[in-house]
Design a protein around this ligand. Structure first.
Ligand code: NAP
Ligand code: ZN
Length: 354
């Protein structure tokens, strides 16, 4: 029997999120059902709920930084058992047999494409998928993550499911580590995780921020140096010196000011996904030093588990502010002003208040 679910949804791009009821699918043999205890608030939730990207399907229940407790498992489930802590990130399915899926890079699924945790076609229930601003989720075991962290840290683990993996994956791909100078641009939800992770990997980390009030924090997060990107002299001091720059900025901006900071064969990876395109960079800034601009979406399931275990071993969690779900629109407004250190997490207990 499908199970009734309570949630908060946006009914249109301009209406505040409000209580919403729907049904989760019946448990299939390889499914687990997870009671959601906490869900992180990603800037992508805001972009989607407010239809800043093309293709928002309403009603929209955002949320892809999901953590909770397993309450039921299908007959074939071996990965998790009732009572375990578990997480769900940005994907809930993919074809499972194309070369990308076989490499556990399901985010690049070459046939059906990955199925997003929200705002994707729901092939089982029809309609579209609903995310983590809800009381429970039913998901294939292959897309559920094991959370080995202590339960007391669970709320601060939630943001690892998107902000964590989205920064971990490119840092690993471009080999952040000892002897590498790595920049992280934008100290928000993604950026603060990027700083922590790059520092834990052993790189020399430089944080770039437009907010001078984040300088002291960025150092506490693990940055060895902090640059206020609006200060031309501070930027010039780092010209042609970076191996890798991870750019997490959520708004369209001048990429050239960061490109010129890359050394020979340096790469700037864009993970921020702004509503409006960046102005095209000057080609000469790419030609010189054979620089490259790349992009990276989230990360595969195997790498997400690796990241969760790396964070557990290193004692890394997100810096969070807990909110009841009724404050979600106020939280979005504060996120737009950069007024969050550094990730909102919804206490899903608050859903019971309606
Ligand atoms: P966030 O918490 O709002 O952080 C974004 C940060 O960017 C801000 O804290 C701010 O840092 C900086 N910033 C914002 N507006 C700026 C502007 N006009 N100029 C320069 N800097 C600005 O957002 P988030 O949750 O980290 O997400 C960041 C972006 O990544 C969003 O676009 C989101 O959709 C995207 N995203 C992509 C993926 C992926 O798979 N690639 C996954 C998740 C999220 P400072 O105050 O330090 O300057
Ligand atoms: Zn996200």
């Amino acid at each position: 029997m499908p199970s009734p679910a309570r949630a908060f949804a946006a009914q249109s791009a301009t209406t505040p999120l409000a209580p919403f009821a729907f049904e989760r699918r019946d448990l299939r043999p390889d499914d687990v059902s997870i009671d959601i205890l906490y869900c992180g608030v990603c800037h992508s939730d805001l972009h989607t709920a407010r239809a800043e990207w093309d293709g928002t399907l309403f009603p929209c229940v955002p949320g892809h930084e999901i953590v909770g407790r397993v309450t039921a498992v299908g007959d074939q489930v071996t990965k998790l058992k009732v009572g375990d802590l578990a997480g769900v990130g940005c994907m809930v399915d993919s074809c499972g047999h194309c070369p990308s899926c076989e490499a556990s890079e399901e985010q690049f699924c070459e046939t059906t494409g990955m199925v997003g945790t929200y705002n994707a076609a729901d092939t089982v229930m029809g309609g579209h998928t609903f995310g983590g601003y809800s009381d429970h989720i039913v998901v294939k075991q292959a897309f559920a993550l094991k959370i080995n962290q202590d339960e007391k840290d669970l709320a601060a683990v939630a943001p690892l499911l998107c902000a964590g993996i989205t920064t971990y994956s490119p840092l690993r791909h471009w080999k952040a580590g000892p002897g590498k100078k790595v920049g992280v641009v934008g100290i928000g939800g993604l950026g603060h995780m990027g700083v922590k992770l790059a520092a834990a990997m052993g790189a020399h980390v430089v944080a770039f921020t437009t907010s001078p009030d984040k300088i002291a924090d960025a150092r506490k997060l693990g940055a060895h140096e902090v640059v206020v990107s609006k200060d031309a002299d501070q930027m010039e001091a780092h010209r042609a010196s970076f191996d890798f720059i991870l750019n997490t900025v959520a708004a369209s901006h001048d990429l050239d000011q960061f490109l010129v900071l890359l050394r020979r064969d340096g790469v700037m990876c864009l993970v921020g996904a702004p509503e409006h395109p960046h102005p095209s960079p000057h080609v000469f800034n790419l030609l010189m030093n054979r620089r490259a601009i790349a992009g990276s979406p989230i990360g595969g399931i195997a790498e997400t588990q690796e990241m969760l275990d790396f964070c557990n071993e290193k004692g890394i969690t997100a810096d969070i502010e807990m909110i009841p779900i009724q404050q979600i629109d106020a939280a979005y407004e504060r996120m737009l002003k950069g007024d969050i250190k550094y990730r909102f997490v919804i206490d899903m207990e608050s859903l019971k208040a309606g």
